[in-house]
Design a protein. Structure first.
Length: 163
């Protein structure tokens, strides 16, 4: 059945805690900040959510399966590099990334000033045009862990087309 599909979609989600000390790496972009995202890798929640959306669309598992957090090779790793490797696996399975849509839910930093740089970094990593990558910021209206500024969350969808 799946072999007959020419388009597939995937969804990804990620969240990371803020820890003292910048800079903050998000969407492959370094943002001046007094906090960073805690994680085994560089904590780039946009790159992680996009990686899971792309892998999910191809039904190739998830980022944790491909890059286990108990593997010392993944410590402090550049998440854009992990995204590139995930896209390579998706391409070997016969798919190309057509389009992405991302929502970043956070009280701070503001996403808009960094949106274009993020679109360029992410689109270069997945091999599509920057115009086909959407990145939107959203606050959580002060509610919950995001509202208290403890961390941020990202949602991403990916559309793949048959190569
Ligand atoms: Mg993550």
């Amino acid at each position: 059945m799946a072999e007959r599909l020419t388009l597939r979609t995937g969804i990804g989600y990620d969240s990371h805690r803020f820890e003292p000390g910048g800079p903050l790496v998000l969407g492959g972009v370094e943002i001046a900040s007094d906090v960073h995202l805690h994680g085994h890798s560089d904590g780039d929640a946009i790159a992680h959510a996009v990686t899971d959306a792309v892998l999910g669309a191809a039904a190739l598992g998830d980022i944790g399966g491909m890059f286990p957090d108990n593997d010392p090779d993944n410590r402090g790793r550049d998440s854009i590099e992990m995204l590139i490797l995930a896209v390579a696996a998706v391409e070997r399975a016969g798919w190309r990334v057509g389009q992405l849509d991302v929502v970043v839910i956070t009280e701070t930093p503001k996403i808009a000033p960094h949106r274009q740089s993020m679109r360029e970094r992410i689109s270069a990593a997945v091999g599509c045009d920057a115009r086909d990558v959407s990145i939107k910021g959203k606050t959580n209206e002060g509610m919950g862990f995001i509202g208290r500024g403890e961390g941020l969350a990202c949602l991403a969808t990916a559309m793949l087309y048959r190569a």
